[in-house]
Design a protein around this ligand. Structure first.
Ligand code: HEC
Length: 74
């Protein structure tokens, strides 16, 4: 499950203990465009996400967006 690696960081962010943004409240479309922008290096302030997204193809990004847009995944 690809999403497991994401939750390690992003659930910690949701708890307010780090500066990592929560993945809550994004639509599937918003998530997909954010992840695609990281992959393309279009988010200058980003640190870890561009490195991560370079390891995924667009089909995997679409799957992740679908997963995190489900209320149950949060
Ligand atoms: C090593 C910790 C870490 C992991 C693992 C991680 N992220 Fe992130 N994520 C971050 C950080 C930090 C940011 C803030 C941008 C940056 O600095 O790259 C971020 C930003 C994001 C954003 C943008 C949120 C916003 O408010 O715009 C999305 C969407 C996202 N991550 C999704 C994912 C997905 C999906 C995965 C799993 C493939 C994942 N992240 C794995 C740390 C992580």
């Amino acid at each position: 499950m690809l999403a497991g690696a994401c939750v390690n960081c992003h659930l910690a962010g949701a708890a307010g203990t780090t500066s990592i943004p929560s993945l809550q409240g994004f639509s599937e479309e918003q998530l997909r465009s954010r992840l695609t922008a990281f992959q393309a290096g279009q988010v200058p302030a980003a640190t870890v996400m561009p490195r991560l997204m370079r390891g995924f193809d667009s089909e995997q990004i679409a799957g992740l967006a679908r997963w995190f847009a489900q209320p149950a995944a949060r």
